[in-house]
Ligand binder design. Structure first.
Ligand code: HGY
Ligand code: MN
Ligand code: MN
Length: 419
């Protein structure tokens, strides 16, 4: 590979900006494209157009994953990169989008340089990575690797009601390609760190060693709706109180266990949710994460015990549903070392680190050698429209991705047909 080959950073930034227009959150740099909404469809259509303009072979599978492949000098399983283009409701423009558009940029850089990778090179975006509308997260890549059956996935209901299979058909992305999908030669995902570590350490590139365990639970506490003015405290069966105590408990639990334990009550809904009614029910979610599986299980058990005791003391009943449960994942050490070496060769500072967030790469790690490349997040902010990564860091991440992908491809040859 020509040692001076670099991505076109301006073209990458322009594509990130163009994609961020879709679902743009007014007055911010962020965007909202919840999975399988009209905004998600529009984002998909734009990226598919870019793939088609590059002459890639495009496959859309039964769960809506989209993969564009540049033919290699040889056949066989492709080296794959990619991420997601769905966002949370308060999304930034880089979460997921960077990994997809940097993969597209790497391919366009090769084509422009008249180079063909030895192995085919693919870039994909995977359905519903966020899991915010349809749990679990990383849903599309989980189905791709055979971790969740297609029919089970299609039956999942959105938090706003619709069935996943119906929404997928409605936006026109219920594709023909079978799942589980073909096993890539290797998988590499470029992603913003979404945390404070790289910025705090003054490091440009993260060589990601793995992903921490994730536990998502939806809890519905049922009590008795009653009049807020006439019902004495001693006669209440208030699920709102139980939910509030649980939210405080999981934070205290994380403090007690210590870093890197995290706990979040991100969604909470009362019914009937009115100022003068003691709620009939409270539904909330608990997101627990830790790099160590045994510690995560301890945290889950401690919360379950607190929930049971607290609900009983308030005369309420409880139903829980597991929305997502993934054990910690360790990436392929050889590919992680390639990320480190590529960063060094390019003159960028680099350090190994685990990922606090879930990613599609953690699913591909089940079927092929996989690793990730991180770039710093300004102030460690993400899942927030203020999410930002400096252009120079975006370019550095994309150049590291370029080098690692070409090494995994077994190098490049002069293209038969000039660009
Ligand atoms: O939840 C996560 O960690 C990811 O953003 N889906
Ligand atoms: Mn992401
Ligand atoms: Mn995210």
């Amino acid at each position: 590979m020509p040692a001076d080959l670099r991505v076109d950073a301006d073209r990458l930034l322009t594509r990130l900006a163009d994609l961020a227009v879709i679902g743009a959150i007014e007055g911010t740099d962020g965007c909202a494209r919840l999975a399988l909404t009209d905004e998600d469809r529009a984002g998909r259509d734009l990226v598919v157009t870019w793939m088609r303009d590059l002459g890639l072979e495009i496959t859309i599978d039964r769960i809506g994953n989209v993969i564009g492949t540049l033919a290699g000098a040889t056949d066989g399983p492709p080296v794959m990169c990619g991420s997601h283009i769905d966002t949370v409701r308060t999304g930034g423009r880089y979460d997921g989008n960077l990994g997809v558009l940097a993969g597209l940029e790497v391919i366009e850089t090769l084509i422009g340089a008249g180079l063909t990778p030895e192995r085919p090179l693919a870039v994909g975006f995977f359905t519903d990575e966020e899991g915010a509308r349809f749990p679990p997260d990383m849903l599309g890549s989980l189905v791709y690797v055979g971790g969740l059956g297609l029919e089970d996935a299609l039956e999942i209901e959105a938090i706003d009601g619709p069935r996943l299979g119906d929404e997928l058909a409605r936006i026109g992305y219920a594709g023909p390609a079978p799942v589980p999908g073909l096993v890539p030669h290797a998988f590499v995902e470029l992603h913003i760190e979404q945390g404070p570590v790289l910025e705090a350490e003054g490091i440009t590139i993260g060589a990601v060693t793995g992903v921490q365990g994730i536990s998502w639970t939806e809890v519905t506490v049922t009590g008795q709706s009653n009049h807020a003015g006439t019902t004495p405290i001693a006669l209440r069966r208030d699920p709102g109180l139980v939910a509030a105590r649980c939210a405080a408990f999981v934070r205290d639990l994380a403090d007690e266990i210590g870093h890197p334990q995290v706990a979040t009550v991100g969604r909470i809904e009362f019914h009937p949710n009115l100022v003068n009614v003691v709620p009939a029910s409270a539904t909330f979610t608990v997101d627990l994460r830790h790099t160590d599986e045994a510690t995560l299980q301890t945290a889950e058990a401690r919360f379950a015990e607190f929930l049971t005791t607290t609900a009983a003391a308030e005369g309420c009943t409880v139903e829980t549903t597991t929305l997502a449960r993934f054990e910690p994942v360790v990436f392929d050490d050889e590919v992680v070392a390639m990320v480190e070496a590529a960063a060094h060769d390019l003159g960028h500072s680099v350090q190994r680190m685990p990922s606090g967030a879930g990613h599609d790469a953690q699913m591909f790690a089940r079927i092929c050698p996989t690793a990730m490349v991180f770039t710093p997040s300004v102030d460690g902010i993400s899942h927030n429209p203020a999410e930002h990564t400096a252009p120079a860091d975006l370019a550095a991440g994309a150049d590291v991705l370029l080098r690692v992908l070409l090494e995994l491809c077994g190098g490049v040859v002069e293209s038969a047909v000039a660009p």
